[in-house]
Design a protein around this ligand. Structure first.
Ligand SMILES: Cc1cc2nc3c(=O)[nH]c(=O)nc-3n(C[C@H](O)[C@H](O)[C@H](O)COP(=O)(O)OP(=O)(O)OC[C@H]3O[C@@H](n4cnc5c(N)ncnc54)[C@H](O)[C@@H]3O)c2cc1C
Length: 387
């Protein structure tokens, strides 16, 4: 049986000083007031061009990111792959909403697909819908609001960009994960991806949509999706996650006055996650699954299902994923047992990757269980090494 407390395997790539840095970092981000002040101070310092980039780079950035460019990431990719952990290069620049940036990211994603073709260690490409199209356009389409004038053209451009990426991905046989963001733009993404799956997912999943299990409506959505997949005779690729925008979702629902799309308790999110997982593994003729989680129980639940169904650890329809810098005890122990496992490896200019880093810090603060778990594991590894 897999043992996630095996810290020797979990941290074998970390030197003593890297282990110390990780300890220091998780200790800092377990302190909520400190993260709040740190976030404000960092944003201010970067806006006013104070020289803090070096400090960010040598702390959070180096821990959670692969580097500034894809080339910078190569050493980390190779190191992970020696331990059978794959990498997914994630160009994590967020919040730039203009046409030239959307074109730039589209080309970048296509380049990253080419990069993956020549690297066995990179099994997927990934992008965010709002990295290649304006948030407001997705929102309007999702809300069935009428587009105006030039917005029609913007929507057409968005559809073309999705098509260009998937066409290239299919040619290169590299599947693409499409991240999920706020629920109020997701309907547009879900509908567009389903249309494109009819074209690109006929025999295997080139397109993976993301399902956020913290949304209470997602199980029913999945059941309907299966019916549609059966009638269209296609394979649905799904990346299953819990969801990273909980506070924002709840705050918006409260402000505007609609029922929050998020499960009321963590228990309900966990149950929804496990139910969605079971449902998809029960229907593997129609689903290919990427399980993105740092939750040990969910990972064990998945392993138990695979074992009980006699599905091989190496079955290419099932992948596990964690974020770089988090939950190495899950990634390396899974790889040690020959499961397909990968790390999202974010990269990009330090300043532009900041929203991603802030989300990681806030997530680790709000999910105190996760941070404590990381700290406990690091502590026991320090003890094992006698440092
Ligand atoms: C490889 C990978 C890819 C990812 N891609 C995406 C993506 O495309 N889109 C995205 O949104 N997120 C994404 N995430 C982040 C993910 O959604 C989670 O935020 C993160 O992984 C923490 O959840 P967990 O399953 O690891 O486990 P846990 O730490 O057990 O769960 C924490 C999560 O549970 C939920 N939760 C916590 N408290 C409550 C509560 N009181 N009520 C209801 N629910 C609660 C929240 O979703 C919270 O993030 C990704 C994560 C990974 C590892």
């Amino acid at each position: 049986m897999i043992d996630f407390t095996n810290t020797k395997i979990a941290f074998h790539l970390k030197t003593d000083s890297e282990l110390e840095r990780a300890y220091f970092l998780f200790k800092m981000i377990s302190n909520q007031p400190l993260v709040k002040i740190g976030t404000l101070a960092t944003n201010f310092a970067l806006r006013t061009n104070l020289p803090v980039e070096g400090l960010i780079r040598s702390t959070v950035f180096d821990h959670f990111c692969g580097g500034v460019s894809s080339k910078d990431c190569v050493a980390k990719i190779d190191q992970l792959f020696k331990s059978k952990v794959h990498s997914i290069l994630d160009y994590s620049v967020e919040g730039k909403q203009n046409e030239s940036q959307f074109e730039f990211i589209t080309k970048k994603t296509i380049d990253l697909i080419d990069f993956a073709v020549n690297n066995k260690s990179i099994p997927f490409a990934v992008f965010k819908p709002t990295a290649i199209g304006r948030f407001e356009i997705y929102r309007k389409i999702s809300k069935r609001e009428k587009l105006e004038g030039f917005e029609f053209d913007e929507w057409n451009q968005i559809k073309k960009r999705f098509n260009r990426i998937f066409k290239h991905a299919q040619k290169c046989n590299i599947p693409v994960l499409v991240d999920a963001e706020e629920s109020w733009i997701q309907t547009a993404v879900d509908e567009l991806l389903f249309e494109l799956m009819k074209k690109y997912n006929k025999t295997k999943a080139i397109i993976y949509n993301t399902l956020q299990a913290y949304r209470w409506d997602r199980y029913d959505y999945l059941v309907k999706l299966l019916e549609k997949a059966k009638s269209e005779k296609l394979i649905i690729g799904i990346k299953l996650v819990r969801g990273a925008y909980m506070e924002k979702e709840r705050a918006r629902a409260k402000d505007i006055g609609y029922k929050s799309p998020i499960c009321e308790t963590k228990f309900e999110t966990d149950r929804n996650f496990d139910n969605c997982l079971t449902f998809m593994t029960d229907n593997l003729d129609y689903f290919q699954l990427y399980i993105g989680t740092h939750n040990e129980k969910s990972t064990l639940h998945a392993i138990n299902i695979l074992n009980s169904k006699g599905i091989s650890n190496t079955n290419s329809k099932i992948w596990f994923g964690q974020l770089f810098g988090m939950s190495d005890h899950i990634s390396f122990n899974l790889a040690d047992h020959h499961y397909n496992v990968s790390k999202y490896l974010p990269f990009g200019p330090v300043k532009d990757v900041l929203p991603y880093l802030i989300r990681r810090a806030e997530e680790n603060t709000s999910v105190s269980g996760q941070t404590n778990r990381e700290l406990e594991l690091i502590k026991s590894e320090r003890k094992r090494r006698g440092v």
